[in-house]
Write a protein that binds this ligand. Structure first.
Ligand code: AMP
Length: 362
């Protein structure tokens, strides 16, 4: 039987799994189950049993590694206990991740398991990027801007070295625009700033999340409107963003095809905030050699990419409409001051490669 690495991404509404060769690069299969919980995990693990492979390593996507982890970690009882202690930091995601790890350890008790964190890639950032302007003790307690989508950014940083080596060592803003959306400033392939903060709510508006919002609004809703805490949580994570603004859908395709003014305003809000954040992150990086689009919207919507880049014309960015329409890798014109690129992300492969690294002897 072929040796294989299994990757598991147990999210808040889906379980995604993939099988790779033990090189961590050759993808054998992948799938998504639109359900969560033990039954979904059992189904995902069952697929691997029927795939005529011998699982030699399992990699888990884990949303939060706190301040503890700046690299993937081999999972043992102590590491698992630490990951469980981070549940209060990511109450909607971390419990699913932990459950996935427990299920996979039970199914493959003798196989090495590795936790790969969405936060780890950002641990290279400076104090001013990590801290909130709260009294210092909050920083020490771990109330920090952690940043997320790190597996995606790490993959893109690596891909850049292959597809655009001239800018890979430079200053790059990566726009991960999916149902969750964030941006990251890279300098020399390392994260120097990102739009998401303590939680996955901050920064850009998303399918159903608000993005940046004045905390005064939350105080008002809690104090003056007596909104229950759980209701506020649901509002911020599930009822806002594109869905809340449009009153129609969280799906960018639906909104782009809709003629209503609310749908158009929701799309314009998204484009506007994306363009603003590119300029902000370029300042954090100290320049801009390239802008990279990735994830569902970033990889597939030429309309959204075009609109964001046109708002950045003052920075000297210029889009090549034909190349953009084809979802080509390079989508800027020759005169553009910075390159604009479209690069598909692959978080699963980032995880599989990390597992493969750790399976190597020595
Ligand atoms: P992801 O979370 O990376 O899978 O991205 C999902 C999002 O990508 C969905 O909200 C879709 O609206 C969006 N998307 C996928 N394909 C397209 C497309 N061709 N045009 C615009 N948006 C798209």
């Amino acid at each position: 039987m072929r040796p294989a690495i299994l990757t598991l991404n147990a999210g808040s509404s889906t379980v995604k799994y993939a099988l790779f060769g033990d090189d961590g690069v050759t993808e054998l299969s992948r799938g998504t189950l639109e359900e969560t919980g033990e039954a979904a995990m059992a189904k995902a693990l069952e697929v691997t049993r029927t795939a005529e492979v011998e699982v030699v390593g399992v990699g888990h996507r884990v949303v939060h590694g706190g301040v503890t982890y700046s690299a993937p970690a081999r999972i043992d009882d102590a590491v698992l206990a630490t990951l469980e202690s981070f549940v209060p930091l990511a109450p909607l995601h971390q419990p699913h991740n932990v459950q996935g790890i427990k299920a996979a350890r039970a199914a493959f008790p003798n196989v090495p398991q590795v936790a790969c964190f969405d936060t780890a890639f950002h641990r290279t950032r400076s104090f001013v990027e990590e801290a909130y302007a709260l009294p210092r003790r909050f920083f020490d307690e771990g109330i920090r801007r952690f940043g997320f989508h790190g597996l995606s950014y790490q993959f893109i940083a690596k891909q850049l070295a292959v597809v655009a080596p001239d800018v890979a060592k430079g200053k790059v803003v990566v726009a991960h625009l999916g149902s969750g959306a964030s941006m990251c400033a890279l300098n020399g392939g390392r994260s120097v700033a990102s739009t998401m903060g303590f939680s996955t709510i901050d920064g850009l508006p998303m399918g159903t999340r608000t993005g940046a919002i004045d905390p005064g609004v939350l105080l008002h809703l809690l104090d003056q409107k007596h909104m229950p805490l759980k209701e506020l949580e649901t509002l911020l994570y599930k009822e806002s963003g594109l869905k809340g603004l449009s009153g129609l859908s969280n799906d960018m395709r639906t909104l782009l095809a809709d003629e209503s003014s609310a749908a158009k305003e929701a799309v314009e809000y998204f484009v506007h905030r994306c363009a603003r954040e590119v300029a902000s992150l370029a300042t954090a990086a100290g320049g801009l050699d390239a802008l990279v689009f990735t994830a569902g919207i970033g990889e597939r919507s030429s309309a959204i990419r075009g609109r964001i880049v046109r708002k950045l014309a003052w920075l000297g960015l210029a889009i090549d409409d034909a190349a953009n329409g084809r979802n080509s890798t390079l989508i800027s014109t020759r005169v553009s001051r910075a390159k604009v690129l479209c690069i598909p992300t692959n978080e699963e492969r980032c995880i599989a490669e990390a597992v493969s690294e750790r399976l190597k002897p020595g």
